[in-house]
Design a protein around this ligand. Sequence first.
Ligand code: ADP
Ligand code: DP6
Ligand code: CO
Length: 351
Amino acid sequence: MSIYTATTTAPVNIATLKYWGKRDKTLNLPTNSSISVTLSQDDLRTLTSVATSEKFNEDKLWLNGKEESLGSERTQNCLKDLRSLRKQLEDSDSNLPKISEFGLHIVSENNFPTAAGLASSAAGFSALVVAIAKLYKLPQSFSEISKIARKGSGSACRSLFGGYVAWEMGSEEDGSDSKAVEVAPVEHWSNIKAVILVVSADKKDTPSTSGMQTTVATSDLFQWRIKEVVPKRFEEMKKSIIEKNFPLFAELTMKDSNSFHATCLDSYPPIFYLNDTSKKIIKLVHAINDFYGETIAAYTFDAGPNAVIYYLEENESKLFSIIYKLFNKVEGWSSKYSSEQLGEFNQEFEN
Ligand code: ADP
Ligand code: DP6
Ligand code: CO
């Protein structure tokens, strides 16, 4: 008896232009295009191993050490697509083992909080789909595979690529043109870094899938966002990345995070992902940018209270000195600035 295995890691991507809203729930087709930055594999990532054998007569998933139900429609859709691509290969080459008929055992681990607004569904479904595509030796391109990951979780399609990535919403009813594409590789603008401020590692009470459904159904502001705001911002943000214009990229990123959370508040009943600490971080980043007289940092929040702050590497000391001072502890870092130097900032911030 043979056992076939494959393992992969997939990084988290954090959207700078948010996906929020589906026009087709089963195919996970979005109401707007989105843009994200994929973080390094050395930071937040999912590690997924898959095995298949004729002895396995059902599909099983263990997530973070606990067996989870694999019954969800989204996961079933991914497995169905992957199996059908493998079946095509097997039909065209009789030497290939017919592993598409076997059960799959999937073991996955996130090295960061799951379902807390740090894009676990993005890294999770990207890793799941890529691991099985590897196991099945599928020849399809990353963009093609991204369409399968998209059916698992919309944001997952963007984690197939590193660097700066767009998810083009597409217009076809069958979703054949709703896929991730590279805007620029990480080397194009490699001095951007992200710091994550974990405000709460708790599981959110409104999952992204149901939250966006409420917004689509009830928010008037949302209609304005998808028709008037996002299409223009999508082009501007791509341009800011191509031109490596950090102040513009930062402004668009912060505005889009605020616009997305405004549609959450405009949903009925309202959805609150930001808490008081999140709001304090928003004020802090604006105060830091004002203090230095230039935009050196940009916050963004997914569907949860945790902040991701993008900044240029050369401004790390400027940014971290203040974060360090206010939050007292940043792992692996100590302030190079004196208390007196930072006292001036504190006084301004508290006023
Ligand atoms: P997040 O903000 O973390 O993306 P979501 O509400 O979008 O939160 O999705 C969380 C869900 O994604 C989890 O409850 C789980 O079903 C799924 N998920 C997270 N990590 C993985 C993983 N490694 N493998 C498979 N599914 C995962
Ligand atoms: C706020 O991709 O998690 O993070 O497609 O229902 O799984 P589903 O939702 P998900 O939503 C992500 C929402 C967001 C913004 C983004 O990542 O673009
Ligand atoms: Co998610």
